[in-house]
Design a protein around this ligand. Structure first.
Ligand code: LLP
Length: 437
């Protein structure tokens, strides 16, 4: 039986209650409207236009605080690539988080946000000479080296005592999409633990008089659900710390903690993670007779994903042979994640209800693959001018956005206690033209 056939019997005549965990904290229904950060989505769309990303400041801050509270002994580092924006970096610093950047560009945003250098870590499997120089010039506290070439290059550029960490590939499968699985062997990130490259990297860093080895880093992937993958990572990393014969004070376990995108999906078990990581770390360190290193973690998605909601305006509805296409004023230029990772999203029509049926929500771009969500239930009479809201769009949306078809990128509107303010303004054609010579 198809979903459409099932519908009459389920009696879905109006929009159901809000899916738990997908929307920013405190989001509620007011009639058919959706109130985010104390403001009706219909008003936000009318005032700021569509497409538009709404970001709830208190949700971002509260998720950041949850990490700090769950692991008070750890250094919590916000993964700046998940939502590159000076205002968000500022919130994170105010909440006591450090920041990781993966390019001179992200570092420039961090500087604009006046994040102190002492709280910045630089990553990247490729850091150009410009990236490294920018990091050294600002004096970032740690640089995570990712190749033998980089160790030599940084050794030559750095002033005495630059702290570095070594990115290790621990060979742990995080059970996530291949494009975002970074802990397994034979991919471009880090030094393999199994092949001995990680040990060799430790020795090479120690040989560089200008570098000081602060510890080891790893990042097994993104949208990771199982705490067991991190436990296994701890075991392997402590094994390396014990066998390398060098005192290593810091162990960075990276980020990757999952966020819910669809109804029924649960968020990351942070309390379970904190407990099990602590137990595994203490046990392994005791077995290997090494001091317990300071732990670092680098959450990105789990802090910002569910704080974001994207608002789109329906532009046209078209009946295909077997499905109905609801086309909106955005698409893969503001959300390439369905095309890149097969990501799935929930969609809700805002402002009115009605008996629902499954439709396919597509974007405005010149590709058949520009699909935002398949088989989502919207009122059967969905039509041009309707407003759609898509939750869980706070992470890697602004970051991955493009100008495909020379479509201008949407703004980010921060909402808090009934006040809305743009923290990224809408891109204009003037912005587009500025680059052309
Ligand atoms: N640390 C390092 C070294 C990373 O490379 C990443 C993400 C993180 C931390 C944060 O991971 P998170 O907690 O946000 O999962 N564009 C993809 C995700 C790429 C993740 C890249 N690295 C997506 O949209 O799913």
């Amino acid at each position: 039986m198809t979903l459409a056939e099932l519908l009459p019997s389920t009696g879905c005549s109006t929009e159901p209650v809000l899916e738990e965990g997908l929307w920013p904290d405190g989001t509620r229904l007011a009639g058919a409207d959706l109130v985010i950060g104390g403001l009706p989505a219909t008003q936000l769309a009318a005032r700021f236009g569509t497409p538009c990303q709404v970001l709830d400041e208190l949700t971002v801050r509260s998720r950041a605080r949850q990490f700090v509270r769950a692991l008070p002994e750890a250094e919590v580092v916000f993964a700046g690539k998940s939502l590159p924006c000076p205002e968000v970096y500022r919130w994170m610093a105010q909440e006591g988080l450090s920041l990781d950047v993966s390019s001179a560009g992200e570092l420039a945003l961090a500087r604009a946000a006046t994040v102190p250098a002492s709280r910045i870590i630089m990553h990247g499997n490729v850091k150009t000479a410009e990236d490294l120089k920018a990091a050294l010039e600002y004096g970032v506290s740690r640089i995570v080296v990712d190749s033998f070439d980089e160790i030599a290059q940084l050794g030559a550029l750095a002033r005495h005592g630059q702290q570095v960490m070594i990115r290790v590939t621990p060979g742990v499968d995080a059970h996530t999409h291949a494009a975002i699985a970074t802990g397994v062997e034979d991919q471009k990130f880090g030094f393999s633990l199994a092949s001995g490259a990680a040990l060799e990297a430790i020795l090479r860093v120690v040989e560089q008089p200008s570098l000081r080895l602060a510890g080891l880093h790893c990042h097994i992937g993104s949208q990771v659900r199982h705490v067991a993958s991190y436990e296994e990572t701890v075991r392997r990393m402590v094994g390396l710390i014990a066998s390398c014969g060098v005192r290593l004070e810091q162990l960075d376990l990276g980020g990757g903690f999952c966020a819910p995108y669809l109804a029924g999906e649960s968020g990351f078990d942070l309390a379970g993670f904190a407990h099990r990581i602590r137990v595994a770390l203490n046990y392994e360190c005791a077995v290997h007779r090494v001091p317990v290193p300071k732990v670092l973690i680098e959450p990105g998605r789990s802090i910002v994903a569910n704080a974001g909601v994207t608002l789109y305006r329906v532009c046209t509805v078209k009946q295909g042979v077997s499905r109905t296409f609801v086309a909106v004023d955005g698409g893969m230029s503001d959300n390439p994640r369905p095309a890149l990772y097969g990501a799935k999203y929930a969609v809700r029509l805002v402002g009115r209800g009605g008996r629902r049926r499954p439709v396919t929500v597509v974007g405005r771009h010149c590709e058949a693959g520009d699909v935002l969500a398949e088989d989502v239930l919207l009122p059967a009479d969905v039509h041009a001018g309707d407003l759609l809201a898509v939750p869980a769009t706070g992470a890697y949306h602004h970051a991955l956005a493009s100008n495909y078809n020379q479509v201008c990128r949407p703004p980010i509107i921060a909402v808090r206690d009934g006040v809305a303010r743009p923290i990224v303004r809408r891109e204009t054609e003037e912005d587009l033209l500025r680059r052309y010579v």
